[in-house]
Design a protein around this ligand. Structure first.
Ligand code: PMP
Ligand code: GLN
Length: 397
């Protein structure tokens, strides 16, 4: 996160995207779609701008979008939420995560995360003056060891931050880990912050979210209810509605916890863009069959990437969700003249014309080495983009 002078540096996403653009490379690094969300949603944004929805909404977000989020979570997770006290609209999941963490964590507290993790987690934990307690998801299966998970909890653990389906590994939480996490969070009276930005991108297995009270296969009902009392769910329109640039997200949970996140959020940005809140509400109100098609399409796109990488003789972690595919590129070091996967990213941009990201950039400095070799492919691009990217990789390698 920090440069040699101790300042926050720019993110691996921005750095790699800039290098990819400079070389005309296909950008399978930064995870964002190269196509738009549903047409009716785009039309709603234009019409909202044209019909006077251009001033601040309430800091908690527009009533219509809060109602749409509550209805969607009732349907997909069986959680009943009061749109007035249990839903907060944020500037992307990024602000939702930031406000949630800052509202529950104090300096010196411990925050448990699964590593590799989305880089914002470490930045916000550091803003809070808290300590990151990473539990490794080791290759090639990227599932946590139950003993290591248990050992990461201390008397100072106030928050646990998970992401499911997972960026960068493409895994989804298995039932055993979900149960253990639930037990540990409840036992330690911690707050679970669950980052579900890829909630609708599940294409293998039948596990729903850890907090889906209507999904009995993960944890029993009693434990699920006790967990629900201490859980903030964070999600956004970015992946579900292909609108990463709109910066609309939300936080839901018990009123007391949402009020805490709201207090911080109000002073970060007040409220997100009003016309885009209206458009995202329309997107959520008409989520079917869009969401099902999105997941099915993503399954095919990820499969295309998996097949190509396996064809190159690489070890690939079979993805079940999110829109990433990870593979071990160590066998290619010699051919590409590199000694680690940080060097591999620019080498692939220059020699293959394709940008990928090293997983080690999603780990804390002391742990990066154990993820060396593993690269992430953002398989969320249109089939034509992916086919050309995979053709370039096959040709160069
Ligand atoms: N969490 C994860 C795991 C992500 O991959 C991302 C990036 N899209 C975010 C949060 C941030 O999402 P948003 O665009 O809604 O801020
Ligand atoms: N979430 C996206 C990724 O993991 C990009 C986010 C960003 O650029 N900060 O690639």
């Amino acid at each position: 996160l920090l440069d040699d002078a101790g300042a926050f540096r720019s993110t691996i996403f921005d750095e790699t995207s800039a290098l990819a653009a400079a070389h005309g490379a296909i950008n399978l690094g930064q995870g964002f779609p190269d196509e738009d969300g549903p047409r009716f949603m785009l039309d709603e944004a234009v019409s909202a701008i044209g019909s006077g929805q251009n001033q601040y909404t309430a800091a908690v977000g527009s009533p219509r979008l809060r109602a749409a989020v509550a209805a969607q979570q009732l349907e997909t997770q069986g959680r009943e939420l009061d749109p007035d006290s249990q839903v907060l609209i944020t500037v992307g999941a990024a602000e939702g995560l930031t406000a949630s963490l800052l509202s529950v964590v104090s300096p010196g507290d411990d925050v448990v995360v699964l590593e590799p993790y989305y880089d914002l987690y470490a930045a916000v934990v550091s803003f809070a003056g808290a300590n990151l307690r990473p539990v490794p998801l080791r290759p090639p299966h990227f599932a946590p060891d139950p003993d290591e998970l248990r050992a990461a909890f201390t008397e100072r653990t106030t928050a646990v931050l998970i992401n499911d389906p997972h960026n960068p590994t493409g895994t989804v939480l298995d039932a055993g880990t979900a149960r253990l996490l639930a037990e540990l969070v409840v036992e330690h009276r911690a707050v679970l912050i669950t980052d579900e930005v890829y909630e609708h991108l599940r294409f293998k297995g039948d596990h729903a979210s850890l907090v889906a009270l209507n999904e009995r296969s993960l944890i029993d009902h009693d434990l699920a209810e006790r967990l629900d009392e201490r859980t903030l769910v964070v999600s956004s329109a970015s992946k579900t509605l292909r609108a990463t640039g709109w910066r609309i997200g939300w936080v839901t949970g018990p009123a007391e916890l949402v009020t805490g996140a709201r207090a911080i959020k109000t002073y970060l940005t007040h409220s997100p863009a009003a016309p885009l809140q209206a458009a995202v509400a329309a997107g959520l109100e008409n989520l079917h069959p869009w969401a099902e098609d999105l997941a099915a399409e993503q399954g095919e796109r990820s499969r295309l990437v998996v097949d190509t990488l396996r064809g190159l003789g690489l070890t690939v972690a079979d993805p079940s969700g999110s829109y990433y595919v990870v593979a071990d590129f160590t066998p290619l070091y010699e051919r590409l003249g590199v000694t680690d996967s940080i060097g591999l990213s620019p080498a692939l941009i220059e020699k293959a014309g394709v940008a990928l990201l090293p997983i080690r950039a999603f780990a804390s400095a002391g742990h990066a080495e154990q993820f060396d070799g593993w690269m992430r492919v953002a398989a969320c691009k249109q089939p034509a983009t992916l086919v050309e990217g995979m053709r370039r990789l096959r040709e160069a390698l």
